[in-house]
Write a protein that binds this ligand. Structure first.
Ligand code: NCD
Length: 304
């Protein structure tokens, strides 16, 4: 049974709830590919994005529209009452009366949880600063399930594990699937201690490393992330770690035949474009899977 009202963090999910979303996505894939549907006819989703977004906003919008629903967009902050100084809580209180579900991306950690207290409709966290990004995790899990396997998967999370919200959420979920997790980052960008300690409590097998070369041969999934430049208090510090890892053809010489490479995107220069042509590259497929997974989530939250 899916009883969630809000989608705020993977910490709130049980494995059976995740599996419901993944099973739903499989059934809805045909609609993501263009088959007509009126499953969400009469429903309205509002997009409130206070940070840049391409895939998350547009795949939510595509999911809603392909299922016959409608979408409201807040638009730029300059064009809304945010520019007059309206608080997030007031904005949410008002907009939740115009829609059936509210999708929020905000630079502050905890913003979605706070918004949920003021909203009369379900709130979906589409990224709260360096906090969490649960719907990205659901589509990441779906990609792993479709293109590799989930239970006992050997996976490396690579890049910015300090500020990267996608890997924060993904690590919690992977702990539920008995994954072997390699956390690969520069010293300065290690996974936060509180998350590591939670992973330990959940019984996850976690191995930290600064070297991708050392672990790449043992992987089923290589999950690469962008260094989150916008979250660095000091641009000089960003410069020191900017090009820490680049996945090139050379790195892939001795990897497992069925290794898949994922990236939530956008990429800057973490994956050489030459890699796109290899059968390992799944990041564009991953971006497509965003649509059936967000369809599944919306139907579970809004369907009758
Ligand atoms: C990610 C994000 O916004 O956290 N992008 C996404 O939603 N697909 C990753 C990133 O920006 O690096």
């Amino acid at each position: 049974m899916f009883t969630k009202k809000n989608i705020l963090s993977m910490r709130d999910f049980s494995r059976s709830e995740i599996d419901l979303v993944l099973e739903g996505a499989e059934k809805l894939e045909k609609y993501a590919l263009g088959k007509k549907s009126d499953l969400l006819q009469g429903k309205i989703m509002a997009n409130l994005f206070f940070e840049p977004s391409t895939r998350t906003r547009l795949s939510f919008e595509s999911a809603m529209k392909r299922l016959g629903g409608e979408v409201l967009n807040l638009g730029s902050q300059e064009a809304s009452s945010i520019s007059k100084g309206e608080t997030l809580s007031d904005t949410v209180r008002v907009i939740s009366n115009y829609c059936d579900v509210l999708v929020l991306r905000h630079p502050k950690e905890g913003a979605a949880r706070m918004a949920a207290q003021f909203s009369s409709v379900p709130v979906i966290n589409a990224g709260d600063g360096a906090g969490h990004h649960p719907t990205q995790t659901l589509l990441d899990l779906y990609t792993i399930k479709r293109e590799s396997f989930l239970d006992g998967v050997s996976i490396a999370l690579v890049g910015d594990l300090k500020y990267g919200r996608t890997v924060h959420s993904l690590a919690y979920a992977l702990a539920m699937y008995d994954a072997k997790m390699f956390l690969v980052s520069p010293e300065q960008l290690k996974m936060p201690d509180d998350i590591k300690s939670d992973l330990k409590d959940l019984g996850a097998e976690v191995i930290e490393s600064t070297s991708l070369n050392d672990v790449v041969k043992d992987l089923d999934v290589l999950y690469v992330t962008r260094i989150q430049r916008e979250r660095f208090p000091d641009p000089e510090e960003y410069g020191k770690v900017a090009d820490s890892y680049c996945v090139s053809l050379d790195l892939l010489n001795d990897v497992r035949k069925n290794l898949i490479i994922m990236h939530p995107l956008p990429r800057v220069n973490e994956i050489d474009v030459e890699v796109d042509k290899t059968p390992h590259a799944k990041y564009f497929k991953q971006a497509f899977y965003a649509v059936p997974v967000r369809m599944a989530l919306l139907t579970l939250l809004l369907g009758d």
